[in-house]
Design a protein around this ligand. Structure first.
Ligand SMILES: C[S@@+](CC[C@H](N)C(=O)[O-])C[C@H]1O[C@@H](n2cnc3c(N)ncnc32)[C@H](O)[C@@H]1O
Length: 270
């Protein structure tokens, strides 16, 4: 892709202000910590589309296995399975837990991927899956979709899962921080950058307006990301990502639980 004329040529000067933190990754780490803490020791866990396996250490009490198709020119952690997410070379019902973070947007056939994750998960096992609703194109050309909560509910239930929860990964402060971050990254940086856009005499009022907007965005992205890390405000507004936790039904255990519930109800009535 051709670079816009104002694309950064070198990293900007170090600033004394607090660093910009990717608040979504902070929230994802927190959610993964909770999920790992609730996963019984010794469970077998698959990280599907693991990349650099950023959450491997959270599963050190478990049998952690990583899979990825490893097609991108980037670093990958050691992988147990180099494969497409739609064809994982393991037996059915192998894993107690599956995690799949920030992968579904890259898969051309997401329904097939979710059916495959269902296949390798044990009955009664849980999947934790995060996927973006709002994020710039990345890992091109392997970037196909963004997801609403309704699409995720449909994809998971059609594969056979029971939904335990679908929640916002971050609140509106995190989404706002990301928008300011985009402004700071991609708005023109200097009067010369603006001149390259052939704006003529309008540069007189465009320059303070555009450069001032970018300057302000540089500060606001840090404030809003700090606010997201401190307070996850989900009263309204759009998240960047949704998190699905879903369960593969276990017909035997579910039948027993139904019988126990029925007999408890009957003894309560009599
Ligand atoms: C945005 S990265 C996320 C990596 C990691 N899960 C994380 O949370 O940092 C997406 C990953 O999905 C992998 N991926 C993309 N398409 C895939 C496919 N069809 N099958 C398996 N892995 C895939 C990429 O190689 C990449 O490592």
């Amino acid at each position: 892709m051709p670079r816009p004329p104002f694309w950064p040529k070198r990293p900007s000067k170090p600033s004394s202000a607090p660093a910009y933190v990717n608040a979504s990754r902070v929230q994802l780490r927190r959610a993964m910590e909770r999920f790992a803490a609730e996963t019984p020791s010794g469970s077998r866990v698959l990280d599907a589309g693991a990349g650099t396996s950023p959450y491997r250490r959270l599963f050190r009490r478990h049998h952690y296995e990583a899979s990825d198709f490893a097609q991108l020119p980037k670093k990958y952690a050691p992988l147990d399975y180099v494969c497409d997410i739609t064809a994982i070379p393991t037996e059915d019902d192998r894993f107690d837990r599956v995690i799949c973070n920030q992968v579904l947007e890259h898969v051309p056939e997401p329904a097939q991927a979710i059916r495959e994750l269902y296949r390798v998960l044990k009955p009664g096992g849980l999947i934790f899956c995060s996927a973006p609703l709002f994020y710039a194109e990345h890992q091109r050309p392997y970037d196909f979709y963004r997801y609403t909560q309704f699409a995720l509910r449909r994809l998971f239930t059609e594969a056979g899962f029971e939904i335990a929860s679908i929640e916002r990964l971050e609140g509106v402060f995190g989404t706002t921080a990301y928008q300011f971050q985009q402004m700071w990254l991609f708005l023109p940086r200097t009067v010369d950058d603006l001149r390259q856009l052939n704006v003529g005499g309008r540069i007189v009022y465009l320059a303070p307006f555009v450069l001032g907007t970018r300057w302000m965005a540089g500060h606001l992205r840090k404030l809003y990301s700090a606010a997201e890390v401190r307070w996850k405000y989900v009263g309204h507004g759009m998240p960047k990502n949704w998190v699905v936790i879903a369960r593969k039904p276990n017909p035997v255990l579910d039948e027993r639980a139904t019988i126990r519930r029925r007999s408890a109800d009957e003894s309560g009535r009599s």
